[in-house]
Design a binder for this molecule. Structure first.
Ligand SMILES: Nc1nc2c(ncn2[C@@H]2O[C@H](COP(=O)(O)OP(=O)(O)OP(=O)(O)O)[C@@H](O)[C@H]2O)c(=O)[nH]1
Ligand SMILES: [Mg+2]
Length: 330
């Protein structure tokens, strides 16, 4: 992945989250509405404990409402989670935050006892935009590249409501390779993370199966080829992504398509459903179990081997034979 999540960095984030959790009444978790599961930070979900979370499915203007409803239903049973489709560009959404937060933390919310909230989320989901919108001024740098905000921001009190530092950059779901592709398609991870053409082809395959009409409308296609590669070629040629000699430049074609997908030039979409994520989670667990079983088998095989080597060395030592494993030059 282009944005690297180092173990040291992850441990630092863990400590920060653990510490901040003791100081907040609520977490405002900003998600990308187009990938409601993959844009969660797995550590935040576990370390949150009993602290309630307001999940803002941000960039709702780019998301398919019917699919968002599936997620709202999915989380509805959990009284620690309140989820709403959201846009930092929509003033009435921003105005509702204090009401939503108050709903989750009814025992606080006065000047003496403000609700202490923390805004958290993976790169590029709109945390800085949200802070700026909430505070009614530009306090945080906004950018369309992931990980624009590098230093932590200290933030102020508004009426009955206090924003705490966001923890250092939080990473998305990284165990699931399909999730990585979806993060790349929507632009949550840097372009260099995975091969650009591959990302576009994964995106196209998804649109071909789930939002065919969005594609045919956007690119005025009469019919769709069955292979995403061929579809990308057609898109490239229609949109002038050509090299000298008139051949389609597939990299340029990928850029054109991904730019449309990321900026909302194509119909709204959501790449994940709760059912699909449950299926993928099972696969991830199975793959993990397989890997662990292979590791154990290797260990088990190594023990008798090591034992035999030890026995041999012991016997050799007894008989005064030199150790074959010792290099004379050392
Ligand atoms: N379409 C749409 N774009 C949004 C919305 N909110 C934020 N954005 C855009 O998303 C991009 C990222 O926004 P930021 O506020 O910088 O995101 P961030 O989470 O602070 O990003 P990092 O600092 O990189 O972690 C910017 O281009 C914003 O303009 C929204 O509701 N709809
Ligand atoms: Mg930011």
């Amino acid at each position: 992945m282009g944005v690297q999540w180092y173990p040291g960095h992850m441990n630092k984030a863990r400590r920060e989250i653990e510490e901040v959790m003791t100081q907040v009444d609520i977490v405002i978790e900003v998600l990308d509405a187009r990938i409601p599961d993959s844009s969660q930070n797995p550590m935040l979900s576990t370390l949150r404990g009993d602290v309630p979370v307001l999940r803002l499915l941000n960039k709702k203007d780019l998301a398919d409402k019917a699919r968002l409803d599936l997620w709202l239903d999915h989380w509805r049973g959990n009284d620690r989670i309140l989820a709403h489709p959201f846009s930092t560009l929509d003033k009435s959404d921003v105005a509702k935050i204090s009401q939503w937060v108050g709903q989750m933390v009814p025992h606080r919310g006065t000047a003496e006892k403000p609700i202490r909230a923390m805004i958290a989320g993976i790169p590029n989901v709109g945390k800085s935009s949200l802070m700026n919108a909430l505070l009614g001024r530009r306090v945080a740098k906004v950018g369309d590249e992931p990980a624009v905000t590098k230093a932590q921001q200290k933030l102020k009190v508004t009426n009955g409501f206090q924003l705490l530092d966001t923890p250092d950059i939080l990473w998305p779901k990284i165990e699931n390779p399909d999730a990585s592709y979806r993060l790349a398609v929507t632009g949550a991870v840097r372009d260099t993370a995975i091969d650009y053409e591959d990302v576009a082809l994964v995106g196209l395959k998804f649109f071909m199966s789930d939002y065919e009409e969005a594609l045919t409308t956007r690119y005025k296609l009469k019919e769709l080829a069955s292979d995403p590669y061929d579809v990308l070629k057609v898109i490239g040629s229609k949109r002038g992504a050509l090299r000298s000699g008139g051949k389609v430049d597939m990299h340029k074609a990928a850029e054109v398509f991904l730019n449309d997908v990321r900026t909302g030039a194509i119909d709204p979409y959501v790449m994940e459903t709760p059912e699909m994520i449950a299926r993928e989670e099972l696969l991830v667990e199975e793959a993990k179990a397989k890997k662990e079983a292979a590791r154990q088998a290797k260990l088990a095989a190594a023990v008798p081997q090591r034992q035999r080597a030890n026995n041999r060395a012991y016997r050799d030592a007894q008989s005064g034979k030199p150790d074959e494993n010792l290099d004379d030059n050392q």
